[in-house]
Design a protein around this ligand. Structure first.
Ligand code: ATP
Ligand code: MG
Ligand code: ZN
Ligand code: ZN
Length: 312
């Protein structure tokens, strides 16, 4: 991890040595620099420090040492905090991290490993495969997406955006009324280092929605940029066979009693997008029986009426 500041032995209780704090507003997650960094011990508030560098400009002269002005760690921290505040992470998941994603179900463990491997392995400028996580309601998909984004933005200094697909469609429709083209909204989203698209497959599947999605994913795919996804739909390429194991015959009543197959993402987004996803992402599936953590929490804490953000 490229930590901004080496953690000091006397760790601040407010930020636990991270030098930033996370909070929730009505609609999004916000970060701010912790008060323990109010006066920077490294630059005295200048924002820059002098560092000694060594470089060989000519073989004849050999290596030369020189002093250069570089941004102080407090300045780097401030710009990462500012960048985090533009990611658009939902407020309720402001504190969702890898440390507070718990293995309530064995599938959680595998999903967390895939997301952690991605987030800790990502290198700016190097091609990096993302992940797509599929699972039932409340199984922790958005938690893992946002944990990966928070790590990349705050600990590594990567530019990222979180996007719920239906809000993107709504934004573009609103933009049309204000005279903006769809491209004006899609353009910046195509260029961000890492984009997380949540609720993939949701929506009416209208030609407008399919074209918008197709353009966004194709642009990112062509530019080799990393995209993460979460979806409630199955990642299976084909519907599982429903043939009866013994006779191949099943009565209408038996058929009706069977659990419905989860709808396939491939059917929802179409062949072109599905094909690109196969190349762009590692597929991670939380099985249909993965518990809904919102309900579990409600059963354990029935009096807690408001959704509780996890974490410290
Ligand atoms: N394994 C877990 N450890 C800790 N908290 C969890 C875990 N799984 C889910 N949660 C918490 O449960 C709540 C719901 O999780 P989340 O929003 O990620 O679910 P989801 O799979 O995205 O659901 P949906 O399909 O409805 O969008 C969040 O507050 C999240 O922090
Ligand atoms: Mg979600
Ligand atoms: Zn602090
Ligand atoms: Zn400083």
């Amino acid at each position: 991890m490229e930590a901004v500041v080496s953690k000091s032995p006397s760790v601040c209780e407010e930020c636990r040595g991270r030098y930033y704090r996370l909070s929730t507003t009505a609609d999004r997650a916000l970060a701010r620099v912790c008060s323990c960094m109010a006066t920077c011990a490294h630059c005295g508030g200048q924002g820059y420090v002098l560092t000694v560098r060594e470089e060989t400009f000519s073989q004849k002269v050999g290596p030369r040492r020189y002093e250069a002005v570089t941004p102080c760690i407090c300045r780097v921290l401030r710009s990462r905090v500012e960048a985090f505040n533009h990611v658009g992470i939902p407020g309720v998941l402001a504190r969702a991290g890898f440390d507070n994603y718990l293995p309530f179900h064995e599938a959680h463990d595998a999903a967390k490993q895939a997301a952690t491997r991605f987030a800790f392995g990502y290198r700016r400028g190097a091609p990096s495969r993302g992940f797509i996580i599929s699972g039932p309601v409340g199984s922790g998909k958005t938690h893992l997406l946002t944990a990966a984004l928070a790590h990349l933005v705050l600990e590594v200094g990567i530019h990222a955006r979180y996007l719920e697909i239906s809000l993107l469609f709504a934004d573009i429709r609103r933009g049309f009324q204000e005279g903006k083209s769809g491209g004006e909204i899609i353009g910046p989203l195509s260029e961000v280092d890492v984009l997380a698209i949540d609720e993939l497959g949701r929506g009416r599947g209208s030609p407008f929605e399919m074209e918008t999605l197709d353009e966004l994913i194709a642009r990112r795919y062509n530019a080799g940029r990393t995209t993460l996804f979460a979806t409630n739909y199955s990642l299976e390429p084909e519907r599982k066979s429903r043939a009866h194991p013994r006779s191949g015959y099943r009565s209408t009543a038996e058929e009706a009693a069977l659990p419905r197959d989860t709808e396939l993402l491939r059917d929802r987004v179409g062949e072109r997008i599905y094909s690109r996803l196969c190349e762009m992402c590692e597929f991670v599936s939380l099985p249909p029986e993965t518990p809904d953590h919102r309900r579990t929490r409600q059963e354990l804490h029935p009096r807690a009426s408001k959704p509780r953000a996890v974490g410290h």
